[in-house]
Write a protein that binds this ligand. Sequence first.
Ligand SMILES: Nc1ncnc2c1ncn2[C@@H]1O[C@H](COP(=O)(O)OP(=O)(O)O)[C@@H](O)[C@H]1O
Ligand SMILES: [Mg+2]
Length: 259
Amino acid sequence: MSINPVSKAEMNQSIEVRNITFAYEGEKGSVLAVDNVSFAVTDSEFLCILGPSGCGKTTILNMLAGFLRPTKGEILISGKPVVGGGQDRGVVFQDFAQLFPWRTARRNVEFGLEMHGVSEAERRETASRFLRLVKLDKFADSFPHQLSGGMQQRVAIARALAYNPAVLLMDEPFAALDAMTRDEMQKQLIEVWQETKKTVVYVTHNVAEAVYLADQILVLAAHPGTVKAQLRLDLPRPRDVLSAEFVAAQRELLGHLQH
Ligand SMILES: Nc1ncnc2c1ncn2[C@@H]1O[C@H](COP(=O)(O)OP(=O)(O)O)[C@@H](O)[C@H]1O
Ligand SMILES: [Mg+2]
């Protein structure tokens, strides 16, 4: 069996989420989007948050990023409570428009470093290194509109990694790409993750994507968003999407989503 429950006492926690709840306050009253969600991610682990549209995935990611503050509960990153955004977290969104259109790929990657007064020489060197890591060194001087969607998302990943965050937060980063490009992006992301050893929280509604990427999977139910299952996936990497174990893991995960 390659899918197992997550045990309670796991060590070296990079992220600890304790009983978070989030309610959006609107004109028609409050909408409970996330209800009493808890999980932990160990150092260098790849966690996928999987669930249908509207189950609170983006809301959870925005709380981890510090863009939203939980209505109840708390989030610790490397043992410290999250109170707003911070350099310990890099964020990549679904939308290609997250890049600055007036900046080249290199200057997009340099942005966070520039904000923190890193010297030009060091910025350039760091940007080159991360553009090489996402296989875009030849496109350093291209503007976002000159790049494909997949390339733009790779620039966004390089930008998020450039200031060396402990945690990489990704919200359906490849959902708007065609299937072939998406498969290639997933493969490259795993290579980047293995090389940088970041802790990753990756939001998706796609079962196959979660089985391809994750060490741990948090399965959510919608309205309000609650944890349905918390699973550990022990399939060897690189994962073969055509293998019997891969297909079996997908089937089992689908069962957890539907029940
Ligand atoms: N700004 C908002 N105001 C009110 N309700 C919202 C807002 N954003 C999201 N919601 C509601 O919160 C729930 C969770 O949304 P979201 O976190 O975006 O889910 P997901 O990313 O899983 O699709 C949904 O029911 C959604 O309608
Ligand atoms: Mg979302």
